[in-house]
Design a binder for this molecule. Structure first.
Ligand code: GLN
Length: 200
């Protein structure tokens, strides 16, 4: 049997613990990532929700932006949720002052696209083309307003694109880790298995 996949969870700010718990539940070994060194030996990485402008600032402050960007561009299976999706995007319609992104996923996003959502909204969405559904929580969530060439749309909510994939990079507007929804994390682990040449 192959070893448990080591899945990093970017742990600078935001919903880190929930992702780590879900990955552990699915048989992966979560690795909290706060430094560039901790990117070594990962099979995948999750960029959690939180506040994208804060995470952007911390990534640059800690010298993590370029190594993380290189890892994602090098094919590391990557899941960005909510603020994590914003970090992956190539552009933001309404950035905070000075806010940058990793520019590794050819989409443009609009932040806080579904209103203030002081209370979280939980909905069921069709996921991908296989007839799956996901239970999704939206919290000050972004929408994808431009989908680049070769980027696949995986889910929509109220007519807006809220989940996309390109190669081994998956970005979603919502929080599956808060609803106990495992489909998206299993999708990430299937990308790891595909990369290792094993059946998912
Ligand atoms: N609105 C936040 C941002 O711009 C994202 C919210 C979230 O991750 N739940 O980063």
């Amino acid at each position: 049997m192959s070893s448990a996949p080591r899945v990093g969870v970017l742990a600078l700010q935001g919903g880190v613990a929930e992702h780590a718990a879900m990955l552990r539940e699915l048989g992966a070994e979560p690795v909290l990532v706060k430094t560039a060194e901790q990117l070594a030996g990962l099979d995948a990485i999750v960029l959690p929700g939180g506040e994208s402008s804060t995470v952007d600032r911390l990534l640059r402050l800690f010298g993590l932006r370029e190594p993380l960007r290189d890892a994602v561009l090098g094919g590391l299976p990557t899941l960005g949720t909510c603020a994590g999706l914003i970090l992956l995007a190539s552009g933001i319609e309404d950035p905070a002052p000075g806010q940058q992104t990793l520019e590794v996923l050819d989409v443009t996003v609009a932040r806080n696209a579904f209103g203030p959502q002081t209370a979280s909204e939980e909905v069921v969405l069709a996921w991908g083309r296989g007839g799956d559904v996901v239970r999704a929580a939206f919290i000050r969530a972004p929408a994808v307003t431009r989908v680049g060439e070769g980027v696949e749309v995986l889910a929509r909510h109220r007519g807006e694109v809220v989940a996309v994939a390109s190669g081994a990079v998956v970005g979603i507007s919502f929080h599956p880790e808060l609803t106990g929804e495992t489909t998206v994390h299993r999708h990430l682990l299937s990308l790891v298995a595909a990369r290792r040449g094993l059946p998912a």
